[in-house]
Design a protein around this ligand. Structure first.
Ligand code: ZN
Length: 259
């Protein structure tokens, strides 16, 4: 297996939105990651970054939310254009696992014609009827599409083994949103890596008990982060944080990969 890290541009934001109570008005530029896994039985994407429309007219596509999260992205950085540069066509993608349906994760939905889109039922529901404080983070035009949804059912499907071989395991990790999920990738040489999506934005969230700045349920955010901490400290799992400008610099980026 190969695991590729990609960056779909950045969000110009404030630190307080990632670490609650810390960094009020402090400028904070975070990466927008997505990941490609080459498994013997097919290609898997974990998240898809921003929509192509963001590179063309971000105000029109994202609206008022850019006051808090201002995307900087080129057409070249769109998921479809980036995977092509490592030799993968959109029709080669077998599964698109969506951590959740926020605008910087679900922007590529609908562009992989042969893919099953793996999403939690609670997430798909909430994306249509979010609480007021989450409304700006869901762009209905991104996910309201006639794709082949592959629905998982929360705790009942926790630790879902995507290919049945123990290589790619989907953890139910609610808190940031009701139906957030994370991806454990068991690599031969690099060992187990947990792609946390938005369930653990930065190293501060996991090392210093700092709540993320945006969360649907703070108590579930903490429960999920405790799971990551257990896996890291007791099982040797490497935790890949979601919007961490410092940690992100240290990872190999495509076309380099982890295997
Ligand atoms: Zn999010």
């Amino acid at each position: 297996m190969k695991l590729y890290f990609f960056e779909c541009g950045i969000l110009k934001s404030q630190k307080q939105y990632f670490t609650a109570g810390r960094g009020l008005l402090e400028p904070f530029d975070v990466p927008v990651p997505f990941f490609l896994i080459e498994h013997p039985q097919g290609y898997v994407l974990y998240d898809t970054g921003n929509a192509l429309e963001v590179a063309i007219d971000k105000v029109k596509h994202w609206g008022d939310v850019i006051a808090a999260y201002d995307p900087v992205m080129t057409e070249d950085q769109w998921v479809v254009n980036q995977i092509k540069r490592v030799g993968v066509k959109p029709e080669d993608i077998k599964y698109v696992v969506l951590s959740h349906l926020h605008l910087d994760h679900a922007g590529g939905v609908g562009h992989f014609p042969n893919a099953k889109y793996v999403v939690q039922r609670d997430e798909l529901y909430y994306a249509y009827v979010p609480d007021f404080f989450m409304k700006g983070a869901y762009i209905r035009a991104d996910f309201d599409k006639n794709v082949d949804w592959f629905i998982l059912e929360g705790w009942r499907d926790n630790k879902f083994d995507l290919f049945g071989d123990g290589k790619i395991i989907i953890y139910f990790t609610p808190g940031h949103t009701p139906g957030h999920q994370s991806l454990l990738v068991n690599l031969e040489k690099s060992g187990p890596m947990m792609l946390t999506g938005d369930a653990c934005y930065t190293t501060e969230n996991i090392d210093e008990d700092v709540l993320p700045g945006l969360g649907w349920s703070p108590s579930l955010c903490i429960q999920t982060i405790q799971t990551f901490r257990f896996l890291r400290d007791q099982r040797g799992v490497q935790i890949v944080t979601g919007h961490d400008p410092v940690a992100w610099q240290q990872y190999k980026k495509a076309p380099a990969y982890y295997d």
